[in-house]
Design a protein. Structure first.
Lengths: 138, 242
């Protein structure tokens, strides 16, 4: 004999629905590009604004697979040869966050530098872009 | 900003705790051990793993012992399949294969893309001798707060067979983990379901080797919070990914 689904299951399902709907669709996320060539990350350091979620697009030009790994950023992502991968990072407090390629940890290394951007100052993404290159804002 | 983050963290904990409490106060009766592993909603492509889990439940002088051996492999970028062989020690102190199960984890959202990360879990288990079956489906949610992560698992289980009453059950698991060091990440875990409510500390870590090879370890000591949930459960898991 199958018992009825307990009442609190409904509450759980409602709660799940609430959480599923709750992710705020962040329309315009700053997008940063990284390239992997000959097992090196270009640029090796990226400057991003503090307390803001950003999108990191990594293009692997090599013929071998690589895995982006960072304990500081709490991210692991496989990047297949000649393909791009997307990693969402942040919002992060000011600091330096190291990352590396798991298959070539001695050469494929880099860091994300998180800086405070004061709204009253004329610091724009373009200003950050000139420091590191390859930065787009959607 | 920090206050807002703490407030969000607090709200999340409250909601998850409410679910755990609701599950605990239900009228569904127990047939199994609730304490196991808190699942994270992530899958990596090309991932293969072997896993060993031990569960020791001590209520009085004797303890119930269960061990699981598993092989898992990711089928796609977002789906991982794992096969378990479960062995248990019976009342005669004989250890033998008691059940086997097939488990699929499905990563629904990209890590960090939304407010929280989402995944699903499906599992089918057959108890060897009694010819009992159990089907589980669950939601896996993880929310990151700086160096801390809050993971919430909610399962709906349907079981049937020759020696058990066919019924639905629910289980909830909650883990608050602090990423202190790669090799040492302390956590607090809370388990609820089947008239059980337990809480305790856990420690986990990762040791990396070449390429995708890494060893993950995970130890927890869960204590029942009242006489219905009496005793302690020691859980250990070692996972080798390659």
């Amino acid at each position: 004999m199958i018992k009825d689904v307990p009442k609190y299951c409904n509450l759980f399902l409602l709660m799940s629905l609430f959480f599923l709907c709750s992710p705020t669709v962040e329309a315009k996320r700053p997008e940063y590009h990284l390239a992997l060539k000959k097992h090196l990350f270009y640029p090796a350091q990226i400057i991003i604004p503090a307390n803001k979620k950003v999108k990191l697009v990594i293009l692997n030009y090599d013929n071998s697979v690589e895995e982006f790994d960072s304990f500081d950023l709490n991210r692991e992502k496989v990047i297949f040869p000649k393909q791009k991968s997307i990693i969402f990072i942040g919002p992060l407090p000011v600091g330096e966050y190291h990352f590396f390629g798991e298959y070539h940890p001695n050469s494929a290394r880099g860091k994300v530098i998180v800086v405070e951007i004061n709204n009253t100052q004329a610091v724009s993404h373009d200003a950050l872009s000139s420091k590191q290159g390859g930065l787009d804002v959607n | 900003m920090k206050a807002l983050m703490l407030f969000k963290q607090f709200c999340w904990l409250m909601l998850a705790s409410l679910s755990l409490l609701l599950s605990y106060t239900s009228t569904v009766y127990a047939d199994g051990v609730v304490v196991d592993k808190v699942y994270h909603p992530y899958v990596l492509p090309n991932e293969r793993e072997v896993e060993w889990r031990l569960l020791s439940h001590k209520e009085s002088e004797n303890n119930n012992l269960a061990q699981r051996f598993a092989y898992g492999q990711s089928l796609t970028d977002t789906i991982m399949l794992e096969l378990y062989l479960v062995g248990e020690r019976d009342i005669n102190d004989d250890f033998s294969l008691s059940s086997y199960e097939l488990e699929a984890r499905w990563m629904l959202t990209e890590q960090g893309e939304y407010w929280a990360d989402w995944g699903l879990l499906f599992e089918i288990e057959k108890v060897q001798r009694q010819k009992n079956w159990e089907v589980t489906s669950g939601v896996l949610v993880e929310k990151e707060f700086g160096r801390a992560s809050l993971t919430f698992n909610a399962f709906i289980i349907y079981e049937w067979g020759k020696t058990i009453v066919s019924e639905f059950e629910t289980e909830f698991r909650l883990q608050y983990r602090y990423r202190y060091l790669e090799q040492l990440q302390p956590a607090i875990e809370l388990y609820s379901g089947q008239n059980y409510l337990g809480i305790g500390p856990a420690f986990m870590g990762i040791q990396r080797f070449d390429g995708q090879k890494q060893l993950k370890w995970d130890v927890g000591f869960i204590t029942g919070l009242d006489r219905r949930s009496k005793g302690h459960v020691l859980r250990v898991a070692i996972e080798y990914e390659f």
